[in-house]
Design a protein around this ligand. Structure first.
Ligand code: DOR
Ligand code: ZN
Length: 382
């Protein structure tokens, strides 16, 4: 968590920073009670979000994606009616939030389903989970050779492929699975499908950052706030820290620094995708804790801290609000979002709550630990 030296120094308390309204190009909104608990946190900051399809059962058809989109919009309406969810100071949200839907690739998916989903304006992308790589990925792809026609169709119709880039070979060390994926899977895939638009999601290594920077214009990457803040030591600081466990797992410090350099470089191939992945507190703090970090409540504040520490606040807007739509071929948003610098030493400084109890339409609230729990972040949403 050590901040890197800043070229320009921290901004004075009270300084305001207004940026074009951002989008989140990678979120897990879940379903049912969890969806109702979390959707407001994403919608209050982001105009659009790419919604991951790893539900149980996964979203594998255009019809399922359309129905899920309706459930998301309905949940937003309900949280609007009930007021902003507890946690960050309430802000208007929801009315102008657009969920962008994705399909989950399986080995039995009919390519025509993707074509239809895109033509009907339901599908924005499709997600590749190597089978067994992460949460609800069992139905994913065992061998890329088995989905050749699907990838050919996506290449032809310009439907972006979003990749969870880790090999699942148990013989490969978990800290090496992303770098090995580049060699074994990604390079051959890009050679077979040179016209395919690919987003290498939530990159965690210097290897991935360098590979994306050097690749052609069809390859981009999202970077999460947590991989910019924590390294693998954070998982074991003073004891086992399940709230810092996610997949791909955080790597060594040199990788974190490479990701910070990439995110703040101004290179349009790197853009915002939080991978906010809520799991109830009980499911994280367990003998076999789930992978995922709930960063939606303070996502833009988390990125702003990094950009300030790197002396690159003037590049936050492009990373958060311009480069993503440009890659997806969508117009940038027209609204704006304003952050204010707080005096982090002041008694009045607002800290991130250590836990959230969120209303979800049932009698039992959803208990989540937000990323940065207990910390004072330098920027807060106005
Ligand atoms: O940490 C993660 N959580 N990584 C993923 O790839 C999936 C996500 C989830 O759905 O919980
Ligand atoms: Zn994810």
């Amino acid at each position: 968590m050590s901040p890197t030296a800043s070229a320009s120094g921290p901004a004075a308390p009270g300084t305001r920073l207004t940026i074009r309204r951002p989008d989140d190009w990678h979120v897990h909104l879940r379903d049912g009670a969890m969806l109702r608990a979390v959707v407001g946190h994403t919608a209050r900051q982001f105009a659009r979000a790419i919604v991951m399809p790893n539900l149980r059962p996964p979203i594998t058809t255009a019809a399922a994606a359309a129905a899920y989109r309706q459930r998301i919009l309905a949940a937003l309406g309900e949280s609007d009616a009930a007021g902003a969810p507890a946690g960050p100071a309430s802000a208007p949200f929801g009315a102008d939030f657009t969920p962008l839907m994705t399909a989950y690739l399986t080995e039995s998916l009919d390519p025509a389903e993707l074509e239809r989903g895109q033509a009907e304006g339901i599908l924005t992308a499709a997600k590749l989970y190597p089978a067994g790589a992460t949460t609800n990925s069992d139905a994913g792809v065992r061998d890329l050779a088995h989905i050749g026609p699907v990838l050919e169709t996506m290449e032809r119709i310009g439907l972006p492929l979003l990749i969870h880039g880790e090999v699942t070979d148990p013989a490969v060390d978990i800290f090496d699975r992303e770098a090995v994926f580049i060699e074994r899977q990604l390079i051959p895939l890009l050679e077979r499908h040179p016209g395919l638009k690919v987003v290498f999601e939530h990159i965690t290594t210097a290897d991935a950052a360098a590979f994306v920077a050097e690749a052609g214009p069809n390859l981009a990457a999202t970077i999460t706030p947590h991989h910019l803040h924590i390294n693998r030591n954070s998982l074991f600081a003073g004891g086992l820290r399940p709230d810092f466990y996610c997949l791909p797992v955080a790597k060594r410090e040199r990788h974190r620094l490479a990701l910070r350099a990439a995110a703040t470089s101004g290179n349009p191939k790197f853009f915002l995708g939080t991978d906010t992945a809520p799991h109830a507190r009980e499911a994280k703090e367990s003998a076999c804790g789930c992978a995922g970090i709930y960063n939606a409540p303070y996502a833009i504040e988390s990125y702003a801290a990094v950009f300030e520490q790197e002396g690159a606040l003037e590049r936050l807007e492009a990373f958060a609000s311009t480069f993503g739509p440009r890659f997806y071929g969508l117009p940038p948003n027209t609204g704006s979002l304003t952050l204010e610098r707080q005096d982090t030493e002041a008694e009045t400084a607002e800290a991130v709550p250590v836990a959230l109890e969120l209303a979800n339409g049932t009698s039992t609230p959803t208990r989540l630990v937000p990323f940065h729990a207990g910390e004072v972040l330098p920027w807060r949403l106005v």
